[in-house]
Every structure is written in C-alpha cells, then in structure tokens.
Design a protein around this ligand. Structure first.
Ligand code: SF4
Ligand code: SF4
Length: 130
C-alpha cells in the first residue's frame, strides 16, 4: 500500500476519480471486500501517489476525518501482513491468471518513505501527516 479506507467513509465518491492509478473502488464494486459498506483502496495498486503528487490525492479531497489512514508499505517486508489480511477478508488482492496472487513478492509498490512505521502501525489519519 498503501493507504486504507475505514468505516468512517461516507461514500461521498470524492476520492476515486482523483487517484492517478485507479486504486480506489466504490462501495458498489464486487471486487471491494466491503461492498455495500464503504470505499476500498486496492493495496496491490496504490503507490501512495509517489511520482504523481506530493501528498496522497485521495486524502487531499476526502472530507471525512479518519476515513483515509496509513497502512503498511506494499513491500516484501510486509508479505505476511498482506497475505494474512487477504485470508481474513480484510483485503481482496487481485489474482493474476499466470502470476497468482499479486502479493508484494510478485509486485511491490512505491511508498512514502518519510512516513514512519509507528504512524503506519497505528493507522493514523493521512491528512494529519501534512
Ligand atoms: S494514495 Fe494516491 S495512489 Fe493511493 S489510493 Fe490514494 S490517490 Fe490512489
Ligand atoms: S473521499 Fe473519503 S468519505 Fe468520500 S468516498 Fe473517499 S474515503 Fe470515503
């Protein structure tokens, strides 16, 4: 990842069109593990806007405090974290026909290195970091 959308989300739809890599799914998308509840960020796709913007664009436009929070980097250091979360239904990581589950070992993603692990572990509000 990644950033993560929480149950604080009010499904206002301000964020999805702002994402430069189409990582955000609406609450009506069947690939969203929280379908019918709130929006979802695909951790295997989110690049934390690295190379696109100075700050995560989704959080810049989100009107709801606590709806978009930090998650762990989508790197091999967190392979088990994402694999376990996928098993639990917390994530719905894409399954590639040939490559299998698109875990960090298959394709790691960029992340904002300046964001500390304590901030990520506590799932702190993204907008509060800037
Ligand atoms: S941080 Fe950037 S890449 Fe990630 S979901 Fe938000 S807008 Fe998309
Ligand atoms: S902008 Fe915030 S509240 Fe609106 S859909 Fe996205 S995460 Fe939810």
């Amino acid at each position: 990842m990644a950033v993560m959308i929480t149950e604080e989300c009010i499904s206002c739809d301000a964020c999805a069109s702002e994402c430069p890599v189409a990582a955000i799914l609406g609450d009506d998308n069947e690939k969203n593990p929280y379908e019918g509840e709130y929006f979802y960020v695909k951790p295997e796709t989110c690049v934390e806007c690295v190379g696109h913007a100075d700050t995560p664009r989704c959080a810049d436009v989100c009107p709801t405090e606590g709806a978009i929070v930090w998650d762990m980097p989508y790197t091999t250091d967190f392979e088990e974290y994402y694999a376990a979360g996928n098993e639990e239904g917390k994530y719905m990581i894409r399954e590639h026909k040939k490559k299998g589950l698109m875990l960090p070992s298959v394709k790691a993603q960029s992340f904002m290195e300046e964001i500390g692990m304590d901030v990520r572990e506590s799932h702190a509000d993204v907008a509060a970091s800037f």
